[in-house]
Design a protein around this ligand. Sequence first.
Ligand SMILES: [Zn+2]
Length: 186
Amino acid sequence: MSHSDDTTKQDIIDKAIDLATTGDPSEAIRLLWPVMLDGTQRDQALFALAFCFEKAQNYATGYYLYTKTLEGYPSFTAAAVRQQACRRVVQDQGLIEDFEDMGHRECTICTLRYRSEFSLCPYCGSEKDEKAPARKEKKPDAQEKEPLPGWEDSSIFETLQDMGRDAADRIQDIVESDAVKKISER
Ligand SMILES: [Zn+2]
């Protein structure tokens, strides 16, 4: 993955947060769909997505998504603050929703859970039961990735460790981005 690709995704995330702040959270959510479809970028978009749902006054979903963000990044303070704010509204208004119950399904693409009656995943825009597309179908121009080495090859562990570090670095960029700082100061 190239650096410029990262930057573009970061721009989309920043733009979505701005858009949600200035009053069009549903458009902001749609803006995030392509980022949410990309398994390597999803973690970074999750906080922004939670913020968009909060701004759309869907506090139960906001709470769920902030919780998911914190599962991956427990020390993400801004997410914890927003999560608690959503929790209070949900409790005050009696809007408690259990996303793990039978009335919810897991998206086959982004693996987040949403209400079974929806025909589209509200987080990534995939259709119900959509099959995960092969990488090359999604990006015909992209260069074929080297196949991952088999598990018997010890370098797989180094690869995975590196991927973990990359993800942590990227989420740190989000945590420290101006858009998130603006939210935190509010
Ligand atoms: Zn989805």
